[in-house]
Design a protein. Structure first.
Length: 171
């Protein structure tokens, strides 16, 4: 028996409240800052993160050059930072160009620190801010616990004095 497609009626929509809730959730997902993917963090170059999934910053806008002798037109190719899934890696092969791109992007008015209203920032700053926030939260949690609970926790993680034992291997 062939599979039938469901009948779709034109003009029928879901309830307004459901549609508004779905739009609100989609907007929240868009506004969440991207996490640095492992493949981007391992690449050579400066890693930038944007709060938008797709973002583009044009770094240069070279003019076309016309050779006066031959009349040939050489197109000027612009350099752009195109964020994909909120991440862009400046891995230009020419180190001079890489330094110019980094300088331009870090002087851009939309560049800033992680956690501010900036539209893009350095991934290293984001990682450092998240790490320090985690440490601060762990410290505050330990300070809020009673001393007996902290002592019991420290006893659990303390290294024992027993010798290591050989585990039987499976064959």
């Amino acid at each position: 028996m062939p599979r039938q497609e469901p009948e779709i009626l034109d003009g029928i929509r879901g309830p307004r409240a459901d549609r508004i809730e779905a739009m609100r959730q989609a907007a929240e997902r868009e506004s969440e800052p991207a996490q640095v993917p492992v493949r981007a963090a391992q690449r050579d170059g400066t890693v930038y993160i944007s709060k938008f999934r797709r973002y583009r910053v044009q770094v240069t806008s070279p003019a076309d050059i016309i050779d006066p002798l031959t009349g040939r037109k050489t197109r000027g190719v612009p350099v752009c930072a195109k964020f994909d899934e909120g991440v862009w890696v400046n891995d230009a092969k020419d180190l001079k160009l890489r330094a110019q791109i980094d300088e331009f992007l870090q002087q851009n008015p939309y560049f800033g620190r992680y956690g501010t209203n900036a539209e893009f920032w350095l991934a290293s700053e984001q990682e450092a801010a998240i790490k320090s926030a985690k440490l601060r939260q762990a410290r505050d949690t330990l300070r809020s616990l009673p001393p007996e609970a902290v002592a019991a926790f420290m006893q659990e993680i303390r290294q024992g004095k027993d010798e290591d034992r050989e585990l039987p291997t499976r064959s």
